[in-house]
Design a protein around this ligand. Structure first.
Ligand SMILES: Nc1ncnc2c1ncn2[C@@H]1O[C@H](COP(=O)(O)OP(=O)(O)OP(=O)(O)O)[C@@H](O)[C@H]1O
Ligand SMILES: [Mg+2]
Length: 260
């Protein structure tokens, strides 16, 4: 098996005026290709800081990081941007889509930054990514013409279009209701089944049950690392939820008929 994330003794200290904020205090973490990891922990425990370092959005104060076989610890800012384009897809809580811009254009955008030109036909690749998340019929819709779950799926398509080795998602279901959250998790599980490594931050234990492994952070350190037993399958849960909804509607209808 291939190790895609290998982090050793990672420390991140933010200096704010006279105060040093110890956001990460020596994190060791190895993630293998094909894993689905949920990161949990209280607010301020360092989850987003760790995600930003994994995603090469920020540099650590000290420690080492090997990403998909490449030692990125002492890379320049320029190399950081390139490696991000090549290896990482990001999904955020607030979707971060451009308004008054179609789904297709939103997904195509990261390809226009990619100077390696790995993707030959950006438009075709973007349509394929949108189709993969079930939005092939919504490519010309703008964010305000889409539901929250659909907007998040556009964001996932945008993360996918570079064919990344890893998808990083920081609270991707934080703005979604529970049924829509499961729909989004179904997509992450499907992508993971296709071989993409997924690392996701969540506050909700129910959401973490869809991952294969859960890491708990506390005060800038990993304090627990465990395999998910009785993992939830989002497709099965979605089917169940839809069935329950139909039954509830039928019973409402019958109540209405009987009371007449
Ligand atoms: N840019 C920054 N400058 C200074 N301090 C920061 C910065 N970003 C984060 N911190 C501090 O680092 C610590 C870890 O923050 P982080 O955002 O990683 O927490 P988190 O676990 O993601 O929390 P939440 O669940 O609220 O999103 C906090 O004490 C926070 O105040
Ligand atoms: Mg955070």
């Amino acid at each position: 098996m291939k190790t895609v994330i290998e982090i050793k003794k990672l420390i991140k200290t933010y200096q704010v005026g006279d105060i040093a904020v110890h956001a990460l205090r020596g994190v060791n973490l190895a993630v293998q290709e094909g894993e689905f990891v949920a990161i949990m922990g209280a607010s301020g425990s360092g989850k987003s800081t760790l995600m930003n370092l994994i995603g090469c959005l920020d540099v650590p104060t000290s420690g080492s990081y090997i990403l998909d076989g490449k030692d990125v610890t002492s890379m320049s800012k320029n190399d950081y941007a390139n490696i991000r384009n090549e290896k990482i897809g990001f999904v955020f809580q607030g979707f971060n889509l451009l308004s008054r811009t179609t789904a297709l254009e939103n997904v195509e955008l990261p390809l226009s930054y990619d100077r390696s030109m790995r993707i030959e036909n950006p438009k075709q690749a973007s349509i394929e990514a949108l189709t993969r998340v079930g939005l092939g019929d919504r490519i010309d819709h703008q964010p305000n013409q889409l539901s929250g779950g659909q907007q998040q799926r556009v964001a996932i398509a945008r993360a996918l279009v570079n064919q990344p080795a890893i998808i990083l998602a920081d609270e991707p279901t934080g703005n979604l209701d529970s049924l829509t959250s499961i729909e989004v998790l179904a997509i992450f599980q499907e992508l993971n089944n296709q071989g993409i490594t997924v690392v996701l931050v969540t506050h909700e234990p129910d959401i973490a049950m869809y991952a294969k492994r859960v890491i708990k952070m506390q005060d800038g350190q990993i304090v627990r690392d465990s395999i998910v037993e009785n993992r939830h399958d989002a497709f099965i849960d979605l089917a169940k939820a839809k069935q329950e909804k139909i039954q509830a509607e039928q019973s409402d209808f019958l109540d209405g008929v009987n009371s007449k």
